[in-house]
Structure formats: C-alpha cells, structure tokens
Design a binder for this molecule. Structure first.
Ligand code: ADP
Ligand code: MG
Length: 705
C-alpha cells in the first residue's frame, strides 16, 4: 500500500487550481504520463524547468535594448481602445518614465481588465520584452503588470518549462506552486555520508530549489539540488531493477542440460557458419543455462549482426532438455518474420514451432493454446500476447525477448510476475553505451556481437535536400528496372497536425504515379494503421519480389529482413533520431549486393540536425553512432523511452550524472543485501522513494515475491 503521507502528492493535476481537462491533457503529454488521470501533482514537482527568464534588468524606457526582457517602472498616461468593430487594431496603453514614452500593446484584451490593472495616473511595474517599431519603443502583452505597492510579487527570475499547446506558463507555475505546498515531510533514504559529501539538500528542499532558481547557475546539472534529485531518480531506477533481478534469482533454478544434438542439426542446416562472437555468445548462454542460477543475459548486437541465430541455438538447447522456449517480439510484423526464419531453422532439427499473436482468434487460438499447454509447441513465437493470463505453458524453460530498441520493462515484469521463471535472454539492437545499459537494465550479464557476418558490403550513405527528389525518383526508376529492391521511408504522421510532413499514403500514390503504369504496380505500402493481414501481405509481396518498392513508415524499422533489398530512401531524415536512422539503414546491406542509403532532408538544417546526418555519412559503426547520439540528444530519446512507456529520466542526465549512476547501482545492491524486503526504517523510506519516482510496479512486485 502506498504510504498515506503521499496521498496529497498523488492528487490528479486536474484537482490543482487553474488546471482544467485541457491543461491536464497537455500536462500528461509533457510529463510523459499515460493520460490526465495518471498525471499527478508529484509529476509536476519532478518536471524540471529547462530555462529561465531573467527580469532583473531595470532600465529607463528609452534605454532598454531592442528585444531584451526588462522590468520598467512607469506611470500610466492614457488608454487608447481598439476602434469599435476593428478588433485587429490593438488596444494601446501609453505610459512614460523619466526617459521617455512607450506603448503597451494588447490584442483581444478586455478593456475593463486593462483599466483595472493599468489605472490612469498610477505608477506600475511592467515586465516583458521591449521592441522598437519605427523608432518607438513598445511592449506587446507585458508578461507581468503589478502595482508599485505589490513590487515584491513580481518574479524577477522565472523558471521556464517545456510547454505544449493548451498550457500557459502562468497556469503551469501556479499549479507547480500548489503542488509544492502539498509536499509532506519526507524521511531521508539516502546514505548520510553521501548526503554530507555532496551537500545534498533533502528531497523536498531540492524540489523547491528546482522550481525557484535564483540565477542561470541554478539550472546547471551540477548544483547540489539537481544532483540530489538525479541521484534519487537513479536510485529508484536501480533499486527497481535490482528488485526484479533479486526476485528472478530467488526463484528455483532450472538447470538445463543438453548434449547439443538439436543445436548441431540446426547448425548443419544453416547456410553459413557462426561468427566468432556468435559462438562466444552461444557459449555464454549455454553456461548460464547449465548453472543453478537463473540466466538474465542481455545480447547486444548491431542491426544485422545475427542475433536470431544465437537465440535459435539457445532455444534448441532448451527444447533438447525437454523444455519450451518463447521468443517475444515488439511488433506483429517482427513476430511473423521471426516465425518464418525460426521455423526454417528448426525444421532440420524436427522442432515444432508455433506463432501466437493477438490476431489468433476463436478455434485457431484455442488449438494454439492447447498445443502450448501440452508442450507440443516447443518453440512459441509471438508478441506480448504470449504472456497473457490465458496462456499457460507445459514447461517454459527459456524466454527470449527481442526488444530491438524499445525497452519493455513492463513486459519483463509481467513475465516474471506470472510465476513462470524461465531463463531470460534479452536482445537489443541498439548498441547502447554502457551507462545506458546500466540505467535501463541494471546489472545484467552482457554478451556482445561485435562482428558483422562475413560477406557484408558497406553501405554508401548520402544526404540530399528534398528539392532534388525528382532526381532520386529517376535513379529509383532505373534501379527498379535493373531488378533491384528499395525501401522508401516516411516519418510517422500521428494526427497530422504537421501538414508539411508528407504522409506515407500521399507519398505512395505520388511514387506510383511518377513511376508509371508498369513499375507503379510494383509498389507496396505498409503503415501502422493497416490491419495485420494487410501488412503481412505487403511484406511478403516485397520479400518474394512480386513488388520491388516498399513505401513504409517506421513500422518496418525493427528487424525486417529482406536480404536482396539494396536501396533505402529516408524522407525527412532530419526528423529522425540517429539510432533510428541507423536501424532503418540496417535494413539494407544484408546481402551480397552493394547497397545505398539516401537521406532526404528538408532544409535548412539546424546545427544538430546537420551534425547528426554527417555522423551517419561517416560511419556504420553502431557503437560510435550511439555515443554520438547520446552526446547530441540526451538519453531519454536514445533509449526510445517515449515509445516504450518506460519511465525515462527527467532529472538525471546520464552524461552529467554518470558518477551518480554508479553510486546508485552500488547502493541499490547494498540495500537489498541487508534488507531484501525493504522492511527496515530506511527500507520504508526507500519504498516511498519508489512511489515518488513512479517505480511502484517494482513495489507490487516486491510484495508478490
Ligand atoms: P539482427 O541481429 O539484426 O537480428 P538477424 O539475426 O536478422 O540480425 O540476421 C541478419 C541476417 O544475417 C540474416 O539474414 C541472417 O540469416 C544472416 N546471418 C546471421 N548470422 C550469419 C553468419 N554468421 N554469417 C552469415 N550470415 C548470417
Ligand atoms: Mg533481429
């Protein structure tokens, strides 16, 4: 149960003053929560400002430099309302001080209100941006207007928060202040030595300082308050991961012994031999599975490094020992593809493979569930449907989770909470830097695939402005005539607020038209709103060569394998993240043919966007790309947490706070060693921290274990 003291902080934001349903929606978006209901006062407390406005500049009207924020003490002379019926003409209020005169300009503002806050003849403080038009100073919609007697209420330093439409800065600040007032006294969970060494304020004080910066320095990640909160966030993360790990390990081990008969048959049937690093990874896995502890291993390997074959070896091993193995993929397309690949590999060894996704219905689903429950299905491939309550396994020995770069901590928790306790192999495609592995997975054993399978051709990458799109279409036409295959990727269009983004459907029809009747027939379309059947059909038509151009959104990003596709065009490349571009590019260069990747961008490119695209031109080394990505964008996006629903880091910054991550990891381990059930007073405080940092799923889990 959540400690009662925390109840006020778990009030919905909508219950805070000034926050209505619309603002609550906006806040849910900016704070990354699931919806307004799930957005609570404490989410605002832990929502850091990213900039501040300095209103400390006090000058005379005519001395204020163009475009700067200034606070002026002025006397109100006269009001000049908009002429009747002409609302587009602004309402002006003329004011002066010892240096000269200026106009305060308002659009669509109520006269009564303006007369109330700016009474003629009174002296007031106004703060806002001073702009000069035709040699006259003016201030359009001052940010603050206060009577001279109220001067203290004017915030000279004002934190600024990332905003979305539908949320005014003033409302947000008011709501945050209200949330701050709800904060109870919190016990200290951090180690006293750590607190002293770092001059950490307590968490409540740190939250207050976070929202009341006194200078730009207070926004730096290295202030004591920021470091305190970063530590808390990292500790909560490490602790919840350690709890998962602890519980997993506690479950009785299933020692898997197999001579390697089935593995050998699979190997023999493969059209290639394993690379050195694939062999090493397989050896690591076999050793883990043969031990008495549960395996918890991360298999990291760049796109195309051949993780599937490694997973197949592990699964064959589990099956030979009389168990079942599952492989969970993040998307339906990928599950089907894995099924096709794995079934082929498994055939030689006589292993029975089944596929289970949410698509299976009625009779078909019932049969499948029976096969799984009886153990007849030895390997089961699927999406998260694999772990629904209705699915029971005869003897689940190994779970392989293909996460690509969408981390699904939830799924892993669900799997373990189900009471099934298989060995676990997590595969990730993004070669994430070590700090991120630690942050996202905690202490997991790691195997890395560092070699590319033999025979891979390098991919030529070019960046081209989208004005030259016709040239690209011409090149594509001749490539298709030569019998080559190409992908054309468009950015995802959510509810198409961005009408300047070419939607994938529009692009599909314009390409069909441009390529003419004969080639136009060879174009398929795949996007997220299509039904699974339609997607399958389009994918298999492309795979078989019935179609040669696949126009798609990023649904194909994860793991699609069509070795004879050699051209990748990515439209609006500047809108994608580096890791994502790398993933997409990895769809080509998989066969013997020379491949190319064309990054179409919409200029002009900002500095970061330019730097990002040139990294891709320069290297195919996924690890380097990941490091650069981290430098250019910050960890939340590198981890792809936005799509995954995994709580990202809001307060911690993994490049600035790497030292704290190490400390948090050590602390989490030490805490659970002495107090595995978090039952001591400090343990109780730590439970509170887990709630505060929205890691309560780990607490539920603690209770179950
Ligand atoms: P990923 O690591 O991205 O999941 P896959 O497992 O899909 O990579 O493998 C990519 C491609 O490389 C597949 O077509 C697979 O058959 C092939 N492959 C895997 N291992 C080897 C190898 N050792 N030698 C040659 N090709 C390989
Ligand atoms: Mg894969």
């Amino acid at each position: 149960m959540r400690p009662l003291e925390l109840d006020p902080l778990f009030k919905t934001v909508e219950s805070l003053p000034g926050i209505g349903p619309k603002s609550a929606e906006a806040l849910a978006r900016v704070t990354g929560r699931d919806g307004p209901e799930d957005t609570r006062a404490l989410d605002l407390l832990l929502f850091p400002p990213h900039a501040m406005i300095d209103r400390t500049l006090r000058t005379g009207i005519t001395e204020a430099p163009e475009g700067t924020i200034a606070t002026l003490k002025v006397r109100v002379d006269r009001h000049q309302p908009s002429p009747p019926g002409r609302k587009t003409v602004p309402y002006r209020v003329f004011v002066h001080d010892g240096t000269g005169e200026m106009a305060l300009t308002f659009f669509h503002s109520k006269q009564a209100w303006l007369e109330k806050i700016l009474p003629v003849g009174e002296t007031v403080l106004v703060s806002g941006k001073v702009e000069w038009f035709n040699g006259r100073p003016s201030m359009v919609h001052p940010d603050h207007v206060v009577a001279e007697s109220d001067a203290d209420s004017l915030p000279l330093i004002e934190p600024v928060y990332p905003l979305t439409a539908g949320l005014s800065p003033k409302l947000l600040r008011r709501a945050i202040e209200a949330a701050i007032d709800l904060m109870p006294t919190l016990p200290e969970w951090a180690d006293p030595h750590l607190v002293r060494r770092n001059s950490f304020p307590d968490m409540a004080a740190a939250v207050r300082q976070l929202h009341h910066p006194e200078s730009a320095l207070d926004l730096e990640p290295q202030t004591a308050a920021r470091r305190r909160l970063a530590y808390d966030e990292l500790l909560a993360g490490q602790l919840s991961l350690a709890l998962v790990r602890q519980t997993l390990r506690k479950l009785p081990g299933q020692t898997v012994h197999a001579e390697g008969r089935l593995r050998g048959r699979v190997l023999e049937a493969l059209p290639f031999s394993l690379t050195g690093s694939q062999q090493t990874a397989v050896a690591d896995i076999l050793k883990d599975m043969a031990g008495s502890d549960r395996m918890l291993r991360l298999l990291q390997g760049d796109v195309g490094s051949g993780k599937t074959a490694v997973a197949m070896m592990a699964m064959a091993n589990a099956v030979e020992a009389g168990g079942q193995a599952v492989l969970m993929a993040p998307t339906e397309i990928l599950a089907r593809q894995h099924y096709a690949t794995i079934r082929k590999m498994a055939e030689a060894a006589g292993i029975e493979v089944a596929v289970l996704t949410s698509r299976a219905k009625g009779r078909e689903r019932k049969d499948l569930l029976e096969k799984i429950a009886s153990g007849q299905a030895q390997i089961v491939i699927g999406t998260h449907a694999l772990f629904q309550d209705s699915v029971s396994y005869a003897s689940l020995t190994l779970a392989v989770v293909d996460e690509q770069h969408r981390f699904g901590v939830h799924q892993r928790l669900r799997l373990t909470a189900k009471g099934t306790a298989p060995h676990m192999l997590v595969m990730t495609a993004t070669p994430i830097p070590r700090t991120l592995v630690l942050a996202a997975f905690g202490d997991m054993d790691v195997s890395k695939l560092t070699e590319k399978p033999a025979g891979r051709q390098p991919i030529t990458t070019v960046t081209i402005p989208d004005e030259r799109i016709e040239e690209i279409v011409e090149r594509l036409r001749s490539a298709l005539r030569e019998g080559r295959k190409a992908y054309w990727i468009c950015p995802l269009v959510e509810d198409s607020q961005d009408s300047d983004l070419m939607s994938v459907e529009t692009r599909h029809s314009s390409l069909v038209k441009a390529l003419g009747p004969e080639l136009g027939r060879q174009v398929s379309l795949v996007h997220g709103r299509m039904s699974a059947d339609e997607k399958d059909q389009a994918m298999s038509a492309f795979k078989s060569g019935e179609t040669r151009l696949l126009v798609a959104t990023t649904v194909i990003e994860v793991g699609v394998d069509v070795p004879d596709a050699t051209i990748m065009v990515i439209e609006h490349a500047e809108r994608f993240g580096l890791a994502q571009l790398h993933q997409l590019r990895g769809r080509v260069g998989r066969g013997d043919g020379a491949s190319s990747c064309i990054l179409l961008y919409h200029g002009p490119l900002g500095e970061t966007a330019g730097a990002r695209l040139s990294v891709l031109r320069e290297t195919e080394d996924g690890f380097r790309i990941a490091e650069e990505d981290l430098k250019l964008r910050g960890e939340g996006e590198v981890l792809g947490t936005r799509q995954s629903g995994m709580p990202g880091f809001r307060l911690a910054n993994l490049s600035a706070h790497a030292d704290l991550l190490e400390i948090a990891r050590t602390d989490a381990r030490a805490i659970l060693e002495t107090d595995p059930g978090l039952t001591s007073p400090r343990g109780a405080a730590l439970r509170m921290l887990l709630y505060l940092m929205r890691r309560d799923e780990a607490i539920r889990f603690l209770r179950a274990g």
